[in-house]
Design a protein around this ligand. Structure first.
Ligand code: PEP
Ligand code: MN
Length: 338
């Protein structure tokens, strides 16, 4: 960090700031300018309390230089992280897998029909919620463990890996037992104890961006999982809340680029939750591929009109097939494959 002193700061005040920095176990490097003095702090100051310096007499402001996440930062790992969910669904390389399926697991039959459609469309993993985070407590909350069993049966038949959400710490073990990848939803992206619990189990974690989270906060959330020993974290841009009400959320395509710049972790785009409208999904999927996303997460339902959850943004099996086909062509244009 850099401590910027006020223009009228006295020598005593500058000396006191230097003493405080040395007390923190760090080294100082004062730079005397024509207008004011700045004190550069040398050493890893991420775990130090900046407030101490901010409150010292003569200090104008303290500017952090090191990012507050270490394990998710790009500098830590020059190579991009590859997260393997299954042989056909490896995220972070040249190949861009598609994770598709209904918002919720509704019945054994529904998830099986969905899985077959996902396979037929040429997608690479099956999604579907067994534990659903619902805004209203009276809405369908998911089939829970029964839903996980239905997903497992669909995997047995189609060979597709399963991505499904874990809502609560007490469910982490059972979801980890059935799923190939655990999803942490937007509402839980800042549930730090849940993030830690997912960091202690062995399956990859797809971490969705909180709907009001900055990019830095998302990377700090990922840090909770990584710091518990699980290196297999996939970041997911799923749209944020803005003043715009034509879409359910605003899909931030530039977040894909920025996350790649800041981090070595792979980035998935979810244009379904990112828009809320089935008619927008294919365009935003193609735009995401053009922006170099590492995978797509798409809500598809065999009968969207009768979907129990998120029907408005769910595309049909035929639309998924067309989406994969057209995204494949965009992928080739940006030197990737699908
Ligand atoms: C979902 O994937 O169905 C879901 C609930 O997503 P989000 O947490 O992004 O709203
Ligand atoms: Mn959904």
């Amino acid at each position: 960090m850099i401590v910027v002193m006020k223009a009228n700061a006295t020598e005593d005040q500058i000396s006191h700031v230097k003493e405080l920095i040395v007390e923190m176990g760090l080294t100082t490097h004062p730079i005397q300018g024509s207008e004011l003095t700045v004190v550069a702090v040398i050493g890893d100051d991420r775990k130090k309390d900046r407030n101490v310096l901010e409150n010292a007499a003569g200090v104008d402001r303290v500017v952090p230089i090191l990012v507050p996440y270490k394990l998710s930062a790009r500098e830590t790992q020059p190579n991009r992280t590859l997260v393997r969910i299954s042989d056909e669904c490896v995220i972070g390389g040249k190949h861009i897998p598609v994770i598709a399926g209904p918002c919720s697991v509704e019945s054994a039959e529904q998830i099986l029909v969905s899985a077959r459609a996902v396979r037929a469309a040429g997608a690479h993993a099956l999604r579907g919620g067994a534990f659903k985070p619902r805004t209203n407590p009276y809405s369908f909350q998911g089939h829970g463990v029964d839903g996980l069993k239905m997903l497992a049966a669909a995997r047995d038949e189609t060979g597709l890996a399963i991505v499904t959400e874990v809502l609560a710490i007490e469910d982490v073990d059972v979801v980890s037992e059935y799923a190939d990848c655990l999803q942490i939803g937007t509402r839980n992206a800042a549930n730090y104890r849940l993030l830690e619990a997912c960091g202690k189990q062995p399956k990859p974690v797809l971490l969705k961006r909180g709907m009001a989270m900055t990019i830095s906060e998302l990377l700090q959330a990922a840090e909770y999982i990584l710091s518990m020993g699980n290196p297999n974290v996939i970041l997911c841009e799923r749209g944020i809340r803005t003043f715009e009400d034509h879409t359910r959320n605003t899909l931030s395509l530039s977040a894909i680029t920025e996350l790649h710049y800041r981090s070595h972790l792979p980035v998935v785009s979810d244009p379904s939750h990112g828009t809320g409208h089935a008619r927008m999904v294919a365009d935003m999927a193609r735009a995401s591929v053009g922006a170099n996303c590492d995978a797509l997460a798409i809500e598809m339902h065999p009968d969207p009109e009768h979907a129990w959850t998120d029907g408005a943004q769910s595309i049909t099996p035929q639309a998924l097939l067309e989406l994969v086909d057209s995204c494949r062509r965009v992928a080739e244009a940006v030197d990737r494959s699908m």
